[in-house]
Design a protein around this ligand. Sequence first.
Ligand code: FES
Ligand code: FES
Length: 156
Amino acid sequence: MTTSLKINGEERILTCDPRTALLDALRGELRLTGTKDVCREGFCGACTVHVDGKPMSSCLLPVGKLEGRSIVTIEGISDGATLNAVQQAFIDEDVVQCGMCFPGMVMTLSTYLRDNPSANRDAVKYALVGNACRCTGYERIVDAAMSVVMAQEDAG
Ligand code: FES
Ligand code: FES
């Protein structure tokens, strides 16, 4: 049995068992290793991808349930030449330490700040409740997110 879906804008056909977690199909069959494999239980957010525009934990999604859906991973979040605003803010604010949490953080924050362009600091912290970071203490991650909010407000 195969599963047809769109990955980062390209039609792909997965040949793995339909019970395979999307996380494993991405990192294995598709060699998209930017999506991180940490808790595998839906707690840490490191494996977050967008499914039809919504952030979801890929470790909990069997590929057989994703027929026809559109998936965006960290590899597809920017156009290649220009980074996503959250990625750029993480660089500008010099946030990254070990980096294991950051693909998931970018996927969560990019949709959250798109949908909540004037979010305040507390709201951003709440939005990140499903994304664990063991290194940074979160404050600089929130600083980076707030810099995106300010840039959006300046542009708008
Ligand atoms: S690896 Fe999926 S939530 Fe932690
Ligand atoms: S930078 Fe290491 S887990 Fe977040």
